[in-house]
Design a protein around this ligand. Structure first.
Ligand SMILES: Nc1ncnc2c1ncn2[C@@H]1O[C@H](COP(=O)(O)OP(=O)(O)O)[C@@H](O)[C@H]1O
Ligand SMILES: [Mg+2]
Length: 290
């Protein structure tokens, strides 16, 4: 049997190379305040992979995506082991476009900080008088470029995203930049509306796109998971202060009140967190994670 080693190990995901395809494995690791916790959240990886799968199916008529299969039977024998079952996705390998396609429907986090100082978010002027976590009049597209490891991603204007792509694909920069913006806003708008009807606010999210062998724009990476997005419970939503995170609130609250814990959480906090991930999945998809 061929052995596989990850070509990349992120905080939470592992990526394996398989020739024309990749296998993306979401682990049960969890991060909070940018630190990986000592505990594993059992089945979190499966929930995240299955959630991406749901959204890739849900949006496949808007644009093609990289998903080939989440069934390990379609993957090399090495992946037919329990630790890969349910949390792995076989994906078409793409040439990734170096833009992080961020869309914000609500004002929070770094956007809120910037708006308070300047009235702008990533160069976009917003109406006066917005409260923290208010819904924006319409979603805004705020791209960034991937920084070198260690650095923070750099926010860029839409015009700058044209330049970045024009350098890589002379004569096509504007076309690709416009594709990314248009798809990002459409994907977010349709999916956030659906999620809201199921009790979840998707405050913001990030998509990544790549090109297939014919130069077509294809949606890649993970899609609309709590790791790439901010999920808030719709129930109790109220602008004017920060909102609880749908999935990580128990973890954050506990860590804040136990500053000496060294990121080691008690099992009941982990159990409640597992339940939140499963609840989010059930609300969005209508089915249970096994
Ligand atoms: N279909 C794909 N083909 C090639 N690369 C991809 C594809 N989908 C996602 N990627 C890339 O795989 C990597 C996933 O790594 P990740 O764990 O998210 O770490 P990071 O985002 O910090 O680079 C990212 O660089 C992403 O752009
Ligand atoms: Mg990533």
């Amino acid at each position: 049997m061929k052995e596989f080693k990850p070509i990349k190990e992120g905080k939470v995901r592992e990526i394996y190379d398989n020739g024309d395809s990749l296998i993306m494995v979401a682990t049960d690791r969890i991060s909070a305040f940018d630190v990986i916790l000592k505990n594993k959240v059992t089945k979190k990886g499966t929930v995240l992979t299955q959630m991406s799968r749901f959204w890739f199916d849900y949006t496949k008529d808007i644009l093609p995506n990289h998903m080939i299969s989440t069934d390990v039977k379609d993957m090399p024998e090495f992946f037919q082991q329990p630790q890969f079952d349910g949390n792995s996705m076989l994906c078409k390998k793409l040439t990734m476009l170096p833009i992080e396609c961020i869309v914000r429907g609500y004002i929070t986090g770094s956007g809120w900080a910037s708006y308070q100082k300047t009235g702008l978010v990533c160069g976009i002027r917003l109406p006066e008088g917005l409260k923290e976590c208010d819904k924006l009049p319409e979603p805004i597209y705020t791209p960034s470029t991937k920084a070198e490891i260690g650095d923070h991603d750099e926010n860029i204007s839409y015009e700058k995203s044209i330049d970045v792509l024009e350098k890589l694909y002379p004569g096509h920069g504007e076309y690709y930049a416009n594709c990314l913006k248009t798809y990002t806003l459409k994907l977010y708008t349709e999916c956030a509306e659906y999620a809201l009807s199921r009790g979840i606010i998707i405050a913001d999210t990030k998509f990544e796109f790549g090109l297939d062998e014919n130069g077509n724009v294809v949606l890649g990476d993970e899609m609309l998971t709590p790791d790439s997005s901010r999920f808030w419970p719709a129930e109790g939503y109220e602008p004017g202060h920060s909102q609880p995170s749908f999935d990580k609130q128990f973890v954050r609250d506990w860590l804040k009140s136990h500053p000496d814990s060294d990121y080691n959480l008690p099992q009941d906090v982990i159990d409640k967190t597992i339940a939140k991930y499963k609840e989010a999945y059930k609300l969005l998809t209508g089915s249970e994670i096994q």
